[in-house]
Design a protein around this ligand. Structure first.
Ligand code: XIL
Length: 331
């Protein structure tokens, strides 16, 4: 095949994947592309495994939305990336500052992580065809910790850090490891793609976790980039992480532009997609690439960054853009 996943596999990567969301799955023109294993060998649920979706009330877990996407991945023979266990955002109001002691919040984090990760344990791995094509190397992955740092490299002041200090990280990772020993456990963040205080903070965290014997398998680079502004140090930063003995992945790639798009901005976007994918290709420990949905029709960008959009490799009408060629050129 000549799709993104087929090309990525042929080039020695584990997968090329995409985020998707439950509300998109009734769009048959969309799912025809999503379900195509030649294009996508991995799926991340954009929202339905987050804390507000999975444990809206303490101790009451709701897996319907997450299961729909996990089952789709299973049917399609695609890997699943769990997203995510512990994040300050999209957190239900019952998990809030000042309500719990450290002991209580430890228990809450452990229960949330272990229930979530064990629910999806091994859901995607067991199709024989998939195991053969990946030579038994396939793994589910979990973003156990999402966005722990501020841009200046200090810890984000959220309920987890405020109540537990840095200990919320090992608590969550250990609970996830116990729940699914075969899942690759990640910490995922943005603005760690360039050398600087935030990347340094993440490097130091990984070093500390390794020194303490805490399970950590990978670091996810979100890569929500801006056209013309892909950081020049990206590959070097990826290499700094793999040198510590963790794998890396591009977990939420999109490259947005100021609207309206022009021929020039679409051409620059093609180059930028190529540059980002090439950086992963050049680093052996970079296992795969996930776009944060593949089409401008469902991108989170226009509603989040005012005046910006067209960040994906397929356009509003589900047609491939020059960005698609940028990716295939690097693969
Ligand atoms: C975004 C989703 O795409 C949106 O639908 C939602 O409204 C907000 O969250 N970093 C992350 C993702 O780790 O979970 C975010 O997803 C995008 C930024």
């Amino acid at each position: 095949g000549t799709g993104l996943h087929s090309l990525a596999k042929a080039a020695g990567k584990l997968y090329f994947g995409t985020a998707t969301d439950n509300g998109e799955l009734t769009d048959q023109a969309y799912t025809a592309i999503l379900d195509n294993i030649n294009e996508f060998g991995q799926i991340t649920p954009a929202n339905s495994m987050k804390w507000d979706a999975t444990e809206p009330t303490q101790g009451q877990f709701t897996f319907a939305g997450g299961d729909q996407i996990a089952n789709l991945a299973k049917t399609n023979g695609q890997l699943l990336r769990g997203h995510n266990c512990v994040w300050y955002n999209q957190l239900p109001s019952w998990v809030s500052n000042g309500k719990f002691t450290a002991a209580q919040l430890t228990d809450i984090v452990q229960t949330h992580c272990s229930t979530l990760v064990s629910h999806y344990k091994g859901q995607v791995l067991l199709t024989v065809a998939y195991m053969l094509t990946t030579m038994f190397d396939s793994q589910d992955a979990w973003d156990v910790i999402n966005e722990p740092f501020n841009d200046d490299g200090t810890w984000r002041s959220d309920v987890f850090y405020n109540t537990l200090g840095t200990q919320f990280v090992p608590i969550a990772l250990q609970a996830a490891r116990a729940a699914d020993p075969n899942a690759k456990l990640y910490i995922n963040d943005y603005n760690i793609e360039q050398s600087g205080a935030k990347a340094t903070a993440m490097l130091n965290l990984v070093k500390q976790l390794k020194a303490d014997g805490i399970p950590i398998d990978g670091v996810g680079f979100q890569c929500h980039f801006i056209v013309g502004e892909v950081p020049g140090t990206f590959q070097q930063v990826l290499e700094q992480f793999t040198a510590l003995g963790v794998e890396v992945a591009i977990t939420e790639l999109d490259i947005r532009m100021t609207l309206p798009a022009t021929q020039a901005s679409l051409q620059q976007q093609q180059k930028d997609y190529q540059t980002v994918v090439q950086a992963c290709m050049n680093v052996e420990g970079c296992v795969g690439i996930t776009v944060w949905d593949f089409t401008d029709k469902y991108s989170w960008v226009p509603s989040t960054f005012s005046g910006q959009g067209e960040a994906c490799p397929w356009d509003q009408n589900l047609q491939k853009k020059p960005a698609y060629t940028g990716i295939t050129t690097a693969l």
